[in-house]
Design a protein around this ligand. Sequence first.
Ligand code: PMT
Length: 404
Amino acid sequence: MVKLIGKHILLGVSGGIAAYKIPELIRGLRERGATVQVVMTDAAKYFITPLTLEIVSGSPVFNALLNYTSESEMPHIKLAKWADLIILAPATADLLARLSIGMANDLLTTICLAADAKIAVVPSMNQQMYRANITQKNIKILKEHNILVWGPDEGKQACGDFGPGRMLEPLSIIELAENSLSYKKDMLKLHLAITAGPTQEDIDPIRFITNHSSGKMGYSIAQAAAERGAEVTLISGPVNLSTPKGVKRINIISALDMYKQVHDIIHHQEIFIGCAAVADYRPKEVIKEKIKKHKDEINITFIKNIDIIASVAKLIKNRPYVVGFAAETQNIKINAQNKRIKKNLDLICANDISLINHGFNTENNALNLFWKDKEVYLSYSHKLVLSHRLLDEILKSYEKKNKY
Ligand code: PMT
């Protein structure tokens, strides 16, 4: 349900009876994570009120082309740059005609001319108007200009006619939006192993020590990489998340399990990302029987766990590109760079967990990326969006290193 997270969808509504379905479309797009802004033509306001669309979209509705006080406010330029996808629904015969000849006589058509984003029209009109040669010619022209045409459906029409011209149902429009915004397959043929979540280190048959990792960051990276065509293996500690589509998941409990599973597959990986919060220590001995509560104090000796990522970065043969994570509360850059150097990583991604709602068990995050000779800040956003930005950076530097 989150395929549209972080996507900006501009919905252009023109004056057709199907406008009554637009609140359902907006709700569905928002439920899947998109931010929706609405632009209405004058005629659309006869079919549905701007107030309704303002309430369901959670944003002001735009209509006026020339109602601003400074150049920086020019809504047609701002909205055109903002949009990842423009959906015109319902798109009347008049709107299709105006678009096909490049008119810019209202806010919506002006935005379409000024936008670099994909544009999809969802025709909605009487069947005879749709069948008219001139409408068909206009649709052909739109297609030649790389404008997507979604639909129409065929069936009983509001006017009583039967035929093609019904607007696609909101769910179909949403599915088409998801497909058209899916990421380019720029990681085909790449094998990626990702560790995620916490490890649990047993104390006795009842108790263990662990940490606050929810697995969300690592799972998001796995999902993003799979969306881009990579072959992804996710070595996961105990978390409450479902496996992203197309990802091979290997469940582990302890750091030692994780070490073993990573080394079982590492020789076939081009990229390794250590996002797990591995327990640094484990009890020297796992007590066989339940520790009884009669003592006021108990002592447990902990020994250091093996450093999984450092062991991967040490490989001489088939060493992958190695990316580590660091959760830091202070001196972010110095601490993260020291970790990168000590573990011989290509890149380290530092979370500042002193900030509220960053890092562990959150939906959103921000990352500071540190290479030997470069740093990049990825601003606060949903972990899936952040993961795609992170993969953009990893790919650039991986390609540079390997001339892949
Ligand atoms: O799971 P979430 O709730 O979404 O939270 C994400 C996260 C905060 C856990 C994640 O973004 C993160 O920062 N993970 C690393 C946490 C950390 O501080 O790790 P570290 O400093 O202990 O280790 C540094 C690197 O070495 C990490 O890549 C870690 O996976 C790796 N490591 C550490 C110890 C060890 N024995 N083996 C390892 O491979």
